[in-house]
Design a binder for this molecule. Structure first.
Ligand code: ITT
Length: 192
């Protein structure tokens, strides 16, 4: 049977790879929005920004769209970088270096990845909105080459190594994104 294609409202190719791995076997395939996709992410929360992205992709493609807004919230830094995770500095390596430096004075290295997902219909109306979280600690030094973003410095609870040292399969079982996406897939299975 042919899979149902749903627009995934992102410009980050890593996210699309991950959601398609997580969705394997569900009968759903996520595809990129039109190239002109360039939402104004000016929301105050992960949920707001995921809605802004989903609505913009639905407007451009005139179909149902799903968006992910995600980030890393560090307890000792009052939840930073949070919704500004992608904009914390100019490159992924500089963002990691800045976070490790800012956290140096603190003993508390607790952190969580948060992923908000919003599913909208072609008119941009919300069909489902969910959150997934993955709790852990910020490593003292970075390690690993898998994944993307802050994966080399995030050690999920219950594991002694970073997400970037983990197989993609394992990350996709425990990540904030997989927790959120599995809720959306469950919802879609009742409406598609
Ligand atoms: P889109 O807005 O186009 O989806 P983006 O990368 O800018 O792409 P966000 O605004 O949601 O996405 O920012 C998410 C940032 O949070 C991302 O760029 C990473 O720096 C970080 N992040 C989110 N999920 C992550 C993960 O699974 N592993 C590592 N870093 C992650």
């Amino acid at each position: 049977m042919e899979s149902k294609k749903i627009v995934f409202a992102t410009s980050n190719p890593h996210k699309v790879l991950e959601v398609n791995e997580i969705a394997k076997g569900s009968g759903i395939e996520f595809i990129l929005p039109p190239a002109s996709f360039s939402p104004n992410e000016n929301g105050k929360t992960f949920k707001d920004n995921s809605y802004i992205k989903a609505k913009e992709a639905a407007r451009l493609s005139n179909t149902m769209a799903l968006a992910d807004d995600s980030g890393l919230c560090v307890e000792a830094l009052n939840g930073e970088p949070g919704i500004y995770s992608a904009r914390y500095d100019s490159t992924p390596q500089k963002r990691i270096d800045k976070l490790l430096k800012n956290l140096t004075p603190f003993g508390n290295r607790k952190a969580k990845f948060v992923c908000a997902m919003t599913l909208v219909n072609a008119k941009g109306e919300i069909l489902n909105q969910v959150i997934g979280e993955c709790h852990g600690q910020i490593a003292k030094v970075q390690s690993g080459i898998n994944g993307f973003g802050y994966d080399p410095i995030f050690i999920p609870d219950g594991y002694g190594y970073t997400l970037a040292d983990m197989s993609e399969d394992l990350k996709n079982k425990i990540s904030h994104r997989s927790i959120a996406l599995n809720k959306i897939i469950e919802f879609l299975s009742t409406v598609l």
